[in-house]
Design a protein around this ligand. Structure first.
Ligand SMILES: Cc1cc2nc3c(=O)[nH]c(=O)nc-3n(C[C@H](O)[C@H](O)[C@H](O)COP(=O)(O)OP(=O)(O)OC[C@H]3O[C@@H](n4cnc5c(N)ncnc54)[C@H](O)[C@@H]3O)c2cc1C
Length: 155
C-alpha cells in the first residue's frame, strides 16, 4: 500500500497530510482568558466528536458566564466543571481507537476489549455526559457592561 500511495503523491491535486493529535490541558482558563473547542480540548479525528464538543462547550461557556453575571473566574470554573468529564470520555475513546490500530508485536499491550460494560458506559458518557441547563432569560453581557466608552473600546 505505501509504495502505491507514494507513487501518486506528486500528481494528486488534493493530497492532505496532517498529524493526529489531542489537546489535553490541565485547565482551560486563567484570569480573563478562556479556551474553547480544539484550543482547549481537541479530541482528534480519532473520536469524531470535535465539532459537538466545540458547540456544546460554546453553549455552556456562554451560559455559565451569564449565570455568573459575567464574572469570568466563576463562569470559566463552572464551564470547566460541567464539561470536563464529557470531554475526557471523548478523548479516552479517541485514545482507545488509536490503540486498537496498533500493529501487534511480541511486546505489544493487548488491545482494548470493546465488548465490556465499561465501554458502553464510556460511550454513554461521551454522548450524553453533559447536562445542558436552560440559560434563557439570563442577561447578556451588553446589559451589564453598559455602552462602550472611549477607553474601553481601545484594543
Ligand atoms: C481531518 C479532520 C477530520 C475531522 N472529522 C471530524 C468529524 O467527523 N466530526 C467531528 O465532530 N469533528 C471532526 N473533526 C474535528 C473538528 O473539525 C474540530 O474539532 C472543530 O472544527 C473544532 O472547532 P473549533 O471552533 O474549536 O476550531 P476550528 O474549527 O479550527 O476554528 C478555529 C478558527 O480560528 C481561525 N483562526 C486561527 N488562528 C486565528 C487567528 N490568529 N486569528 C483569527 N482567526 C484564527 C481558524 O482559521 C479557524 O477558522 C475533524 C478534524 C480534522 C482535522
Amino acid at each position: 500500500m505505501t509504495p502505491r500511495i507514494l507513487a501518486h503523491l506528486d500528481d494528486t491535486p488534493d493530497f492532505y497530510l496532517d498529524q493526529v493529535a489531542q489537546v489535553v490541558m490541565d485547565r482551560w482558563w486563567r484570569g480573563r482568558v478562556g479556551l474553547l473547542g480544539d484550543a482547549a480540548f481537541s479530541s482528534s479525528p480519532m473520536s469524531g466528536q470535535g465539532t459537538g464538543l466545540a458547540l456544546v462547550g460554546a453553549y455552556v461557556l456562554a451560559g455559565e458566564l451569564a449565570a455568573a453575571e459575567w464574572n469570568p473566574e466563576i463562569g470559566f470554573a463552572c464551564y470547566e466543571a460541567r464539561m470536563r468529564s464529557f470531554v475526557e470520555a471523548n478523548q479516552e475513546i479517541a485514545q482507545l481507537n488509536a490503540r486498537s490500530r496498533d500493529i501487534p508485536g511480541s511486546d505489544a499491550e493487548p488491545g482494548p476489549d470493546f465488548t465490556g460494560e465499561w465501554f458502553a458506559e464510556l460511550v454513554e458518557r461521551a454522548i450524553n455526559g453533559v447536562e445542558l441547563p436552560n440559560y434563557a432569560g439570563l442577561p447578556d453581557s451588553g446589559v451589564l457592561a453598559g455602552p462602550l466608552t472611549a477607553s474601553s473600546a481601545k484594543p
